[in-house]
Design a protein around this ligand. Structure first.
Ligand code: FAD
Length: 356
């Protein structure tokens, strides 16, 4: 029997597995044939420490030590908010929340030369980085295996029950057992809780779409900061020689293998083209992913109040990568009975007990 059976091979499950493997034997089950197939393979891969509600910001900031100490995980990006007349209120709110510095249009154009002359408001923050998300996922998977744990793909869990001194989960013909069950199932987190006879929390998946388009001709975009609209209304960022553009949509959906709708992608491209005078000429690829939030939009980390052997690692929303180092450390602190490194108010705001 293993100590921790983790359901979900995205960033939540893999980071949890890496930290929990210091406490006992880990077995991680991923239903798809590859790790990071769902949300974790479809993100914008940013580390923006000021992005999110205060408990999320606390996790982001506490993750910094790990990110900066691990070679090759981060690359400088920065982000630039650009506002048109009529967007003043959202601009002021976002600039204050993200502690951004005002720029003149000339300073903005030094960063992104084709910015539209109609842009009247600009704010910048250098503290934002691209995360090498594939490397991060692999690093955590390697750590689990190096400590004698298993990371298994193609193992979709369809039934969960109690047995012996812990949990049993069925995937195909195989039955796995462990003392603790870790719910890191992303959009399916409530479904997994229900299977285990644990009360669901109300984790809701919201679809977000992304177009990958050819870089505008005649522009060297590699060093452009991430561009975004006040109040998270759209964003664009360089990505390996191309440009990612998202309408920053947030449509509640059932858990599924998400895809992007043409009209939604077109809205993002129109928002970008209204602000950057370098039209999109060619779509290279597009996708959508599910950002899954608890009702209060904070992550859900720790033992379920009704059964301490059921551990939640869910509700990663739009922050799963940038919070992973600290979120997984918190889960291991709670599972191992250690005093968490994070302050008590943050731990309470992230605890599953807040929904009891
Ligand atoms: C467009 C977009 C942009 C984003 N940008 C950023 C960003 O810039 N920075 C950032 O930090 N975050 C970002 N995010 C959010 C981030 O991607 C997510 O928070 C994170 O990937 C969630 O990870 P997860 O492991 O919880 O979920 P997932 O990656 O979805 O993993 C859950 C896994 O559980 C598996 N599973 C479910 N049920 C079962 C079962 N019964 N049996 C076995 N396996 C099961 C699924 O197959 C899935 O692989 C973005 C997300 C999107 C969609």
């Amino acid at each position: 029997m293993d100590d921790f059976l983790i359901i979900g091979g995205g960033i939540a499950g893999l980071s949890a597995g890496a930290r929990l493997s210091a406490l006992g034997r880990v077995c991680l089950l991923e239903g798809e044939d590859a790790l990071g197939y769902h949300a974790s393979g479809r993100s914008a891969a940013m580390y923006e420490p000021r992005y999110g509600a205060p408990p999320v910001v606390a996790l982001n900031e506490a993750s910094g030590d790990f990110f900066f100490a691990t070679e090759g995980l981060l690359a400088p990006r920065g982000f630039l908010m650009v506002g048109l007349p009529g967007e003043e209120e959202a601009f002021e709110g976002t600039a204050a929340a993200m502690r951004m510095q005002r720029l003149t249009p000339e300073e903005g154009r030094a960063l992104v030369p084709p910015l539209s002359p109609e842009i009247t408001m600009l704010a910048y923050r250098a503290e934002a980085w691209d995360i090498d998300t594939d490397r991060l996922l692999q690093l955590f998977a390697r750590e689990i295996r190096a400590r004698g744990g298993q990371v298994l793909t193609g193992q979709k869990v369809t039934a969960i029950g109690r047995g012996g001194r812990g949990w049993q989960a069925r995937a195909g013909e195989r039955v796995f057992s462990a003392r603790h069950l870790v719910n890191a199932a992303g959009a399916w987190a409530d479904e997994v809780a229900r299977m285990a006879g644990i009360a669901p929390i109300g984790i809701t998946p919201y679809r977000r779409s992304m177009a990958r388009v050819a870089a505008p001709e005649g522009h060297e975009i590699r060093r452009w900061p991430m561009l975004f609209g006040p109040g998270e209304s759209w964003y664009a960022k360089p990505d390996a020689g191309a440009l990612l553009i998202s309408p920053a949509d947030e449509t509640p959906v059932e858990p599924h293998d998400a895809w992007a709708e043409d009209l939604t992608l077109a809205q993002g491209i129109a928002a970008y083209e209204a602000r950057v005078s370098a039209p999109v000429t060619r779509m290279l690829a597009n996708w959508a992913g599910l950002r899954s939030f608890a009702p209060d939009r904070n992550l859900v980390i720790g033992p379920d109040p009704a059964d301490e052997s059921f551990l939640w690692m869910a509700g990663q929303g739009g922050y799963g990568f940038q919070t992973a180092p600290a979120a997984s450390r918190l889960l291991a602190d709670l599972a191992g009975g250690r005093a968490p490194a994070l302050d008590a108010a943050t731990c309470a705001a992230l605890s599953p007990a807040r929904f009891a």
